[in-house]
Design a protein. Structure first.
Length: 320
């Protein structure tokens, strides 16, 4: 027995604070599938994982593990395993952690696919597995996690398209898919996720036109679509994105004239559309932006002169 406790206290833990066996088995499988014997532990952040017949990750304060109480049991509700040298694949059995609210395993060496069994994590709010070498497609299981608020899959090797079923994630605020090998068009239906605060699909292989419906994302602050193959013009509906801080669409194949829609984007600090096929004259409304710091419009086909209104851009530090 791991604990030296009075009999009455040990009985209390046994009857009210047990972690279900299947949850400990899921942690055991994760540990073994990612070379747990080479994980890097950080002093002061909890105890290394030691498995035994009567181990209790919650009571023993295992590093990266947080728990919640339900009925007479403790349940694993959070795993924070960033930069711990996890090296391997995610086992299907992690789907047994049905009380998971927070999962983060960024900056490791995880490869293979994300198990569809995470669809069992119906309470999940935060999922991060950025900066690994995850491959395969984005699991449709994510579209069933209706409490999800943050999904960060950036800097991996994911392929395939974005499902239109993401529209059902009405609490999603951060969708980061940058630096993968995703392709196809952006689903119009994502314009229904009005909770979106940050949307990043840059450095992929997306094509087609920019969805007009994304003008409905009025809570959006960060909009990154650079380094893809988007065509067509910038939709006039984006005039409604008055809370934008960053608008990054450089190195695509956008055409047409820049719409004169920016005068109400008073928080905008970064406007990057360089490296496209944009034409026509430059809009006066960009000169009305009190916070603009970076303005990149080079490598296009604009004509005419720079609007005199741009002379009031006193916060501008970078202009190309």
């Amino acid at each position: 027995m791991l604990f030296s406790l009075p009999i009455y206290l040990y009985y209390s833990l046994e009857t009210q604070s047990n972690v279900p066996t299947y949850e400990i088995e899921a942690l055991y499988d994760l540990y073994n599938a990612t070379a747990g014997d080479t994980w890097q532990w950080t002093a002061g952040l909890g105890s290394p994982w030691i498995f035994s017949s009567d181990c209790n990750p919650c009571i023993e304060n295992w590093q990266g593990v947080n728990c919640t109480t339900n009925s007479s049991y403790l349940h694993i509700s959070s795993l924070t395993l960033d930069s711990m040298n996890l090296n391997g694949t995610l086992p299907n059995t992690i789907g047994s952690l049905r009380y998971m609210v927070f999962f983060s395993s960024a900056d490791n060496k995880i490869h293979g696919t994300i198990p569809e069994s995470i669809g069992n994590w119906t309470l999940l709010e935060h999922f991060t597995i950025s900066t690994n070498t995850i491959s395969g497609t984005i699991p449709l299981a994510f579209t069933k996690l209706t409490q999800l608020q943050l999904l960060e899959l950036q800097y991996n090797k994911l392929t395939g398209t974005i499902s239109s079923d993401f529209q059902f994630l009405r609490y999603l605020s951060d969708l980061d898919l940058q630096h993968n090998a995703l392709y196809g068009t952006l689903p119009d239906e994502l314009g229904k996720i009005t909770s979106l605060y940050a949307f990043a699909v840059n450095n992929n292989y997306f094509e087609g036109t920019l969805p007009y419906s994304y003008g409905n994302l009025t809570y959006l602050r960060y909009f990154y679509c650079d380094n893809n193959m988007f065509t067509g013009s910038i939709p006039s509906s984006y005039a409604k994105l008055t809370g934008l801080v960053s608008f990054s669409f450089y190195y695509n194949e956008l055409t047409g004239q820049l719409p004169d829609i920016f005068s109400n984007m008073v928080l905008l600090t970064q406007f990057l559309v360089n490296g496209n096929y944009l034409t026509g004259t430059l809009p006066d409304s960009l000169g009305a932006l009190p916070a603009l710091n970076e303005l990149f419009i080079d490598q296009n086909y604009f004509n005419g002169s720079i609007p005199s209104s741009w002379g009031t851009l006193t916060t501008l530090s970078y202009f190309y």
